[in-house]
Design a protein around this ligand. Sequence first.
Ligand code: COA
Ligand code: AMP
Length: 631
Amino acid sequence: MAKYDALYKRSIDDKEGFWAEAAEALHWDRKWDKVLDDSNAPYSRWFAGGMLNTCYNALDRHVENGRADQLALIHDSPLTESQQRFTYRELRDAVARFAGLLAKNGVAKGDRVIIYMPMVPEAAIAMLACARLGAIHSVVFGGFASNELATRINDAKPKAIVTASCGIEPGRVIAYKPLLDGAIDLADHKPSFCVILQRPQSPAPLTAGRDLDWQAAMEDVSPHPCVSVAATDPLYILYTSGTTGQPKGIVRDNGGHAVALHWSMKNIYDVEPGEVYWAASDVGWVVGHSYIVYAPLLNGNTTVMYEGKPVGTPDAGAFWRVIAEHKVTTLFTAPTAFRAIRQQDPEGKLLANYDLTHYRALFLAGERCDPDTLVWAQEKLKVPVIDHWWQTETGWSIAANPMGVEPLPVKPGSPTVAAPGWDIRVLDGDGHEVAPGTIGAIVCKLPLPPASLPTLWQAQDRFHEAYLAEYPGFYKTGDAGYIDEDGYIFVMARTDDIINVAGHRLSTGGMEEVLASHPDVAECAVIGVADSLKGQVPLGFVVLNAGCQRVDSEIQAELVKLVREKIGPVAAFKLVAVIKRLPKTRSGKILRRTMRQIADGESFKPPATIDDPAILDEIAAALSGLGYARR
Ligand code: COA
Ligand code: AMP
């Protein structure tokens, strides 16, 4: 570990020297005054005084330096049976023109633009066009319903919304326009205009005076040059689940983000400029922001944007087909995708149909990687399988196997070691560091490295409260786990009510708010229970109002529908049990952890303060009615 140890030590002892050196690889319009400005600790800013443009660094810089004719982006869509390719020059030109379209309609530096799109190249084009103008994009995942979109519209107050007429899921076309209209109706803030990309699968009628047709509007616009912004100016806001229905607006800056992401491509992923890199995620998630769009382009790679699933489009060989066809060297996805492939092709027989000789490594993140999945992927693919741990908040990995520095031995169940720049500690309930191997709250010593969130969008107090207040001097990750004698990190569980469903981060608190809004529901609780495909799925318990005479199954169906309508299909909320009372402590705290342990068939000891232990048998009976409680 000597090479990693030396690099890591420098990244902690000489932060400014370490990141200043990394920053030299990019183009700066004006060099920074201070690499790390922590004069306002615990808040800090990277590259204060520096000016740059992220889009320039991701596109124009490569066009001017010999990559104009190299492919920048390949769109591969088994769902529409189409492919599209853009060289760096073509992508730069499309982005510059779309930036021109936004500017012509009044979008300027600092304005927010919401992008609510399926996995089409135009989603990346819109993101990069905002970056070009210094406008702040906020991408909203297509699987969220109108209500979630409306919450984000109210918080970000966008001047424009960019969307498509439809998204395509296996077996169904999802019309986006009604979802957009519904969200704008619900929201107090109204955008000045919307741009709609018409897709042939289901074109949408446009709203006169508000909507522009993407293609028609692009016809008479001039390309817009890059606008220089401060390194500390926001590049984007990405909303992620907090502990309530109100999502947190994670802010990403321009300078630190570009530096850390560029640095990560070689040092974490071991990818050289010119190679083909594929993150099989969605632009609506942080993985999509960082590793479909920004990092591969900053590094001069060809990025693959895939509109399809790991299975069913058309089969469990879909990923191998994409790797072979586009000569992908490195694939990054969530373990759930591999569980889906393994369920359908346990022997990995479909691999034999494809030439994967150029394929080098699989990176997994987004949820805990179960050792079974890791070992299966290692055996079948015969390449290193690297689990790494990160969050929307951090923008890149907190813990990883630094493949481009020095590949370290893999320990199944561990995302390996602290990534350079991350000073990770495990603390007990009193804030004291624990001994190796002891579970506690995983925290990171401040200041955090570049690319991590400087704040929450217009919510500095919430930022402080959510991440910095509990352990002064540290960032609270919200994850629990331990560090072993070799410095390997094991991330075991969340310490809050966030659950991870097919690599998607969801708030059970948010789902509880929806269930509680049903007129027949008196009380409720939502927990995440183990699922062999998705890792976890949400399961709701409801207590009905006294005197409610309705049939349980009717109410259950309404609740499932309500969560789908209010949060979206991505919540995957399909299980709900009607019970007489919720298990609580004598002080009234709902025993969610005990309910989860019963559901997952784990041994448990109910807290001594439980109000009425007999109720746990009722919970077990309700759970086994739903196919859970495997004791
Ligand atoms: N727009 C609209 N609906 C969407 C959507 C989108 N962009 N993405 C998902 N949905 C819908 C799905 O169609 C599904 O609807 P259904 O309840 O009618 O079946 C629902 O949301 C749940 O989606 P998902 O949890 O993704 O489940 P799935 O059964 O469709 O697929 C996997 C399961 C494992 C194949 C899938 O989750 C996957 O490919 N995961 C890859 C990992 C990944 O992308 N991780 C992101 C972070 S790295
Ligand atoms: P998100 O913000 O959606 O990326 O989700 C971040 C959360 O997902 C983390 O706080 C962890 O709980 C979980 N997570 C992500 N990657 C890993 C990993 N490699 N191992 C364990 N948990 C992970």
